[in-house]
Structures are given as structure tokens and as C-alpha cells.
Design a protein around this ligand. Structure first.
Ligand code: AMP
Ligand code: MN
Ligand code: MN
Length: 325
């Protein structure tokens, strides 16, 4: 018996002195939550496991996740040439989504991939991918020994679950998700505060950008698709980064009568990040995959190069096939 409910993970970690933890680029709540939960869990049990060093690597993200303890211990630079015994990837569907941290993946003795994306093909030495789970944090909850989940670990897991389920309302939410959340609540966490801090509370800049996107949104394909875009020049004018754009796609998706919502922003000149959400049956993951991206049936994303007109035309062509009459 080890501290995980999965024997393979127990035996891999039994060999480890140095462990690296990382999630996907442009980290979201599930990514940050799962990395922090795993970090605290290993740290709490480091003595028993014989682990001497645990490092978390993530790209910079919004300040709303500062409610979680240990956020300031996360490394945002991958300059050090540390070689790890074990590299654990969380909430990341493919190797290219690990960003710069991939260098530690490439040199680690053992690699572990814990995730919930259907598009995850199992890129690590050991893969634990549960594609019907709402979030990586839900997957992690099942892997951890419940009696060792302290309040801080529970807070991090809860943040991941509420962020990926839109506070238990997306179709990926199941009875199992609710049971996990209930058990986390029983650990005495400040659940209303966590929802306010990481989801409902918005900065003035986030609201300004949301307002602008809603004002400039357009209905296309007979009103079945809503689309809105932000150019690099507008983002630079506001001094905004990707974390200032959270929630825009969800607000677009809430538009009655639409089957698909598209939010596009320019990351670099003529490089566009596309977020796709589906109401009903459209499979936006298939659309994202056609452009080298991925995700879930109702929430997916990709990055496309070209002019805005070109990429919207190409997206519309792909989406047409997914729409119902
Ligand atoms: P986003 O629109 O960025 O919030 O992403 C929606 C979902 O699709 C999330 O589960 C992401 O992890 C996933 N996703 C976004 N972009 C990509 C990509 N380029 N490749 C694979 N999965 C992605
Ligand atoms: Mn994620
Ligand atoms: Mn996730």
C-alpha cells in the first residue's frame, strides 16, 4: 500500500528523490489547482516517500489563484538544468502544450501523465487519463488517499473542479464530481470564497474587455454561431494578457439560440488563439483538431496562423459541418 490508489504511481514515486510537476501553457484553474494539490500532497508525505526536492513549473497566470498557498513557490523560468527522477504532467493533453518545461520531461527517468482530455494520446511513460472526468482535479481526488487530503490540498482540488465545470454546470459534471466536491467541502474549506476569488470576481480590465467583446460580437451562420475577436493592438492598448480574457468565451456561449461560440485573440502578430465552446451536440474538439489543437467535445482550443479574415473563413468552413438544422 502506498499513498496513491494506483500502484504504478506508487512504485514510480518510490524511486524518486527529485520530482518536477508541470501543467499546460496559459494555465487555467484546473491546471494550477491540480499542480498545487499534487505539490502539497507530495510535500506533506515527502519524508515517508524519501523525496528531497519538488519543483512546480508553470507559465505566469492571473492573480486570482493567489488564494492558494504556495503559489509563490512555483517556478516560471526553466533556465536551471536540473535532471529529475520523475516528471509529472497534469491537465496537459500533449507534449507541445507543456511549453518550456518539456525539457525536464525529456531528461527525467520516469514520466507520468495525469489528465482528463479525450485528445490525450498518452505521451508519457506512465499514463493515467480519465476522459469522462470533469477535471484533472477530480482524477487526482480519486488517486489520493482521502485521509491525507488536508485543507490546503482540498482547496486546490476544489478550485480545479469549479473552474473546469463552471461551478458544476458544464455537461462534464457528474454525480461523481459532486461527491468529490462534497468530500472536499467536508474538509472545512472556504468554498464560497474560492468561487468568488477564482471565478465570479473580475478586475475592471477583465470587465472592460468582456464588454468590448460582447459589443463587437457577431452572429453568423443563421445565428447558430457567435464570434468575437480581440486584436493584438487592442490588447496592447489595454496592457492585457491572456488571464484578463478569462470568462469571455463563457459569456459568448450563453447567447440563446447559438450552437457554437468562438473567441479569438491575437497572441503575436498573425498568430491567433482560438477558444471554442458548444451548446448542444456540436463537437468543437473535432474542429480544434483540424487546426492541430484539441480539448473536449464542448470546450476546445487551437492556435492558428494567418490573417484574421483567413482564419475566420477557415473556422467557419469547419464548423458548418458540426451544426444541426
Ligand atoms: P480554452 O479555450 O483555451 O479554455 O481551452 C478549452 C479546452 O481545450 C481546455 O480543456 C484546453 O486544455 C483545451 N485546449 C485548448 N487549446 C488547446 C490546444 N492547442 N491543444 C489541445 N487542447 C487545447
Ligand atoms: Mn486546463
Ligand atoms: Mn482540465
Amino acid at each position: 500500500m502506498g499513498i496513491f490508489s494506483d500502484n504504478e504511481i506508487n512504485s514510480i514515486l518510490a524511486e524518486a528523490k527529485k520530482v518536477a510537476i508541470a501543467g499546460h501553457v496559459s494555465p487555467d484553474g484546473d491546471c494550477v489547482g491540480s499542480c498545487m494539490a499534487f505539490y502539497h500532497y507530495l510535500k506533506d508525505n515527502a519524508g515517508e516517500l524519501g523525496i528531497e526536492q519538488i519543483d512546480v513549473y508553470l507559465e505566469p497566470f492571473g492573480s486570482s489563484f493567489n488564494v492558494l498557498e504556495g503559489i509563490d513557490e512555483i517556478k516560471h523560468s526553466c533556465d536551471a538544468d536540473t535532471v529529475y527522477d520523475v516528471f509529472v504532467s497534469l491537465d496537459c493533453s500533449s507534449l507541445d502544450r507543456l511549453g518550456k518545461a518539456v525539457k525536464y520531461f525529456n531528461t527525467a527517468r520516469y514520466t507520468v501523465n495525469i489528465d482528463h482530455h479525450i485528445s490525450n494520446i498518452g505521451f508519457a511513460g506512465y499514463n493515467h487519463v480519465i476522459s469522462n472526468a470533469s477535471s484533472t482535479c477530480e482524477v487526482l481526488f480519486d488517486l489520493l488517499d482521502e485521509s491525507r487530503i488536508n485543507k490546503e490540498i482540498a482547496r486546490a482540488l476544489y478550485v480545479g473542479i469549479i473552474n473546469d465545470t463552471g461551478v458544476f454546470k458544464h455537461a462534464s459534471t457528474s454525480g461523481k464530481t459532486m461527491l468529490a466536491a462534497a468530500k472536499l467541502m467536508d474538509k472545512g474549506i472556504d468554498f464560497t470564497g474560492l468561487i468568488d476569488e477564482t471565478i465570479l470576481g473580475r478586475t475592471h480590465l477583465q470587465n472592460q474587455l468582456l464588454g468590448r467583446c460582447l459589443m463587437e460580437s457577431r452572429l453568423i451562420l443563421n445565428g447558430k454561431v457567435i464570434i468575437s475577436c480581440l486584436s493584438l493592438s487592442v490588447l496592447q492598448f489595454y496592457g492585457a494578457d491572456h488571464s484578463d480574457l478569462d470568462g469571455i468565451i463563457d459569456q459568448l456561449r450563453s447567447t440563446k439560440g447559438t450552437q457554437v461560440a468562438i473567441f479569438i485573440y491575437e497572441k503575436e502578430p498573425e498568430v491567433y488563439k482560438v477558444s471554442l465552446r458548444a451548446n448542444g451536440n456540436a463537437d468543437v474538439r473535432r474542429v480544434a483538431e483540424a487546426f492541430g489543437g484539441g480539448g473536449h467535445i464542448r470546450a476546445a482550443g487551437c492556435t492558428i496562423r494567418g490573417t484574421l479574415d483567413e482564419i475566420t473563413d477557415r473556422l467557419i468552413m469547419q464548423i458548418k459541418d458540426e451544426l444541426m438544422d
